[in-house]
Design a protein around this ligand. Structure first.
Ligand code: ATP
Ligand code: MG
Length: 398
């Protein structure tokens, strides 16, 4: 089969293939980009596989970056574009059901395609658009099937992350997992417990934002695959599986924690177990606390002020996905009517206060500022320098 009219992303990469070939090496497009272009989906990165070793690749191109040379990956820069070039490889020595201990570079495309996880991910394409399909990936692509390359149990036994990847592709592509592959998953799912939390999180996050996450989570729960996750999120996943609206990454994790009925103290360790970054954890906890506040009652001056307009709208959208009546307009009006939107909007600052009161700096300063902020926010004091100073002096005299 031949893909006529190569998408722009591939056309831009043709000079890279041509250069490798001119130097006597094989070079193909591989992986997700080939699959996605055949499906007419958006292509986010074009991966190139070659028989040239990383060292040989670096000799051919003048601008390269080593981004994973031990796995055979070199980034090639041409003008303002970059391409990942990976040497054909096999991964035969797997350790503890995880990533291979070492990779062996090989010179044949078929050996490289053999080590790939699913038939639809094991397609290659040459520079003319001709598809190389050694495992009937094209048939599976049109039947929308995720099927392991080779013996499913063996393949999942080599790298158990592939189990989660299968569900990730169900979620992103709307495919179904072939029955033998499902049986392989059922046999090997306990091995997922050996996989690092970082790798699990990466695939799980991609799964959660896929268009078909409801199906994917439903299937995953049926096989109790989540038992191998770094923290117990069964209730959270069950809740998400009942939703049917697109989720952003943030929304997915906030709602997952919400449905998991994790208390605010439990949320941090849960997200930490999945090795989320501290900034992401902070963000999720903020949105979650906002969501709880919103579910307890309507927006108030204080809550709109403390969360700010964009977070309030994000929280309102989360509440909406839980069946609450959404009222963005009310939030916008409340926000617009606030006398100040931030502490720094106050007509005086800490330095001014220190100058006027002639006192040594201390924790009292923050308390005084918060008091002024509260008075101004609630319209009891005009946000004018003199008014604030008068109020301060009055406080002092008390
Ligand atoms: P995406 O659109 O998310 O990038 P992708 O198919 O490109 O999807 P990647 O995780 O980027 O997925 O991996 C690129 C390719 O590498 C896959 O298509 C597959 O051929 C191969 N691959 C990735 N991870 C594994 C794995 N754990 N086991 C076997 N092959 C894998
Ligand atoms: Mg990819």
């Amino acid at each position: 089969m031949k893909l006529n009219n190569l998408p722009l992303e591939f056309k831009q990469a043709l000079p890279v293939l041509a250069k490798l070939q001119a130097a006597g090496f094989l070079a193909y497009f591989v992986g997700g980009s080939v699959r996605d272009s055949l499906l007419g989906r958006y292509i986010h990165d074009v991966d190139i596989a070659t028989s040239a070793t990383p060292y040989e690749v670096k000799k051919i191109f003048c601008r390269t970056i080593d981004i994973g040379i031990e796995h055979g990956t070199v980034l090639v820069l041409i003008d303002d574009l970059s391409f990942e070039i990976t040497t054909f490889r096999t991964e035969d020595q797997y350790q503890d059901f995880r990533r291979p201990k070492s990779v062996a570079f090989v010179r044949s495309l078929s050996d490289d395609l053999k080590r790939r996880d699913f038939t639809v991910n094991a397609l290659a394409m040459d520079s003319s658009g001709e598809i190389i399909d050694l495992f009937d990936g094209l048939t599976d692509l049109s039947a929308k099937i995720i099927r392991a390359v080779g013996n499913p149990s063996e393949r999942f036994g080599e790298d158990a992350l592939r189990i989660l990847r299968a569900f990730r592709f169900v979620s992103v592509l709307g495919f179904e997992i072939d029955s033998d592959t499902l049986a392989g998953i059922a046999k090997t799912k306990h091995l997922l417990a050996h996989i690092s939390a970082e790798r699990i999180e990466m695939e799980l996050s991609k799964l959660l934002v896929g268009s078909f996450y409801t199906q994917a989570i439903g299937e995953l729960l049926k096989l109790e695959v989540e038992q191998g996750f770094p923290a117990d999120i069964t209730r959270g996943l069950k809740g998400l599986a009942k939703l049917n609206l697109p989720l952003s990454l943030e929304a997915a994790w906030v709602l997952l924690c919400y449905f998991n009925q994790s208390t605010p103290e439990e949320v941090k360790p849960l997200l930490k177990a999945f090795k989320h970054s501290n900034s992401f954890i902070k963000r999720i906890m903020r949105l979650l606390s906002g969501l709880y506040e919103r579910l307890r009652g309507q927006w108030t001056i204080d809550s709109v002020y403390s969360y700010g307009l964009s977070d309030c709208l994000a929280i309102e959208a989360l509440a909406d996905s839980l069946g609450q009546r959404r009222d963005d307009e009310q939030i916008r009006q409340l926000f617009a009517a606030l006398p100040i939107h931030h502490k720094t909007d106050l007509a005086i600052n800490g330095t001014d206060i220190l100058a006027v009161l002639d006192k040594k700096q201390g924790s009292w300063l923050g308390e005084v500022l918060s008091e002024l902020e509260y008075q101004v926010l609630h319209g009891r004091l005009d946000n004018r320098r003199q008014d604030l100073l008068d109020y301060l002096l009055k406080l002092e005299r008390k």
